[in-house]
Design a protein around this ligand. Structure first.
Ligand code: SF4
Length: 374
């Protein structure tokens, strides 16, 4: 099985914290749709496996009309071997989800919505410069629930001035709405974002890691008590509601990334498209792929496996390390893991190395200590 990811690089306005690739000008929307369709055609032979997930990410894919979305889905169906009942996800923002729009989406092949709620409180939404307000966040979800069962929402924790109580209420609202999948990220300050400037100028306090850690632990407790499985560092799902698209990435399956800045993995190489709408469109119009390709070395593959394994509930299989990478890598991993096994941030369970609750928040840092450096 394989996945197809389509990057829709447009947003209505720039959120203060965001460093994804997008443009707030929709002038090139039509040309972009043609270029995405053309890239699908140019790369149709890269994936021969059945495609069981199609994912519209961004940017804000819900800025596309239903016709545009359907054109792209139809193109995928024409060019690829799409499995039966594929997961077809659209990332959407609450301000795009009117009752009519939701109804139209439900009539398309989209069967999963991933909604950028981020917070149910106006203070947080304003601070992050989101395009929607708390009322739209709540109402859009109530409406979406009438038509969709497979729903994910994004929530951000560790926002400056967000108290633990306000975070608790955010998670509780998601539970009250009976949302079956939640992706949740700590607010991070990326260089060159408006957030970085606002903090530098003293307009917003720096996010506090200690508070973010407290939010993270509270969320795990609340969601696990409600029957969610914390299957990846930033992802919680009820059984049968894990994201197939993201799981494919974590489990090392092939995926084709279409659109500016999209990444692909063909089992051996990673490639990524240029993160510039005009240059992307110009190249594709000349039937050129504007991408860079990186052949993954054994060390790259080991490091990636350790990183994704420690972030997920599937962990790092010591048997796989030995079979795929050899005795040297296994010995190196165990030697470097020892300090974290001793301080109980890692554990070994049936030959699987996993992060413990105590280690989860720090798992990217722990993984980097286990990386093989040539
Ligand atoms: S809507 Fe999403 S992609 Fe667009 S600016 Fe906000 S966070 Fe970034």
């Amino acid at each position: 099985m394989a996945g197809i990811y389509l990057h829709i690089p447009f947003c209505k306005q720039a959120c203060h914290y965001c460093d994804f690739h997008f443009s707030t000008s929709l002038k090139k929307k039509e040309e972009m749709i043609s270029a995405l369709r053309r890239e699908l055609f140019l790369r149709k032979n890269e994936i021969t496996e059945p495609v069981d997930t199609i994912y519209f990410g961004g940017g804000t894919p819900s800025v596309l009309s239903n016709n545009e979305i359907n054109l792209l889905i139809d193109e995928v169906y024409q060019l690829f071997n799409v499995a039966e009942n594929p997961e077809i996800t659209l990332e959407a923002n609450p301000d795009d989800l009117s009752a009519d729009r939701i109804k139209q989406l439900a009539e398309s092949k989209i069967n999963r919505l991933s909604i950028g709620i981020q917070s149910f409180f106006d203070e947080d939404l304003k601070m992050m410069n989101r395009a929607h307000n708390a009322h739209e966040a709540w109402n859009s979800l109530q409406e979406v629930k009438k038509y969709f069962d497979n729903i994910s929402i994004d929530l951000i924790y560790g926002i400056p001035e967000m108290t633990v109580e306000r975070w608790r209420q955010n998670v509780q609202k998601a539970l009250d709405l009976n949302i079956p999948h939640i992706s949740s990220y700590a607010l991070t300050v990326e260089p060159k974002t408006a957030l970085a400037t606002l903090i530098k100028n003293g307009k917003i306090p720096t996010p506090d890691d200690g508070i973010a850690h407290e939010h993270f632990l509270l969320m795990i407790e609340m969601l696990e008590n409600a029957g969610f499985i914390h299957y990846e560092l930033s992802n919680f799902g009820k059984p049968d509601y894990f994201s197939k698209n993201n799981s494919a990435y974590w489990l090392g399956k092939k995926y084709l990334g279409i659109g500016p800045s999209a990444h692909s993995f063909n089992g051996e190489n990673r490639s990524w498209n240029i993160a510039n709408n005009s240059l992307y469109i110009n190249a594709i119009q000349k039937d050129k792929l504007p991408n860079e390709v990186e052949v993954l070395s054994k060390t790259d593959r080991y490091n990636e496996y350790v990183m994704t394994g420690l972030r997920t509930v599937w962990g790092v299989s010591l048997e796989k390390i030995e079979t795929d990478f050899g005795q040297d890598y296994l010995a190196y991993l165990l030697k470097n893991a020892q300090v974290f096994l001793t301080n109980e941030k890692l554990m070994i369970e049936n030959t699987i190395l996993k992060t413990t609750l105590k280690g989860k928040f720090f798992c990217d840092g722990i993984a980097s200590e286990l990386f093989w450096v040539d």
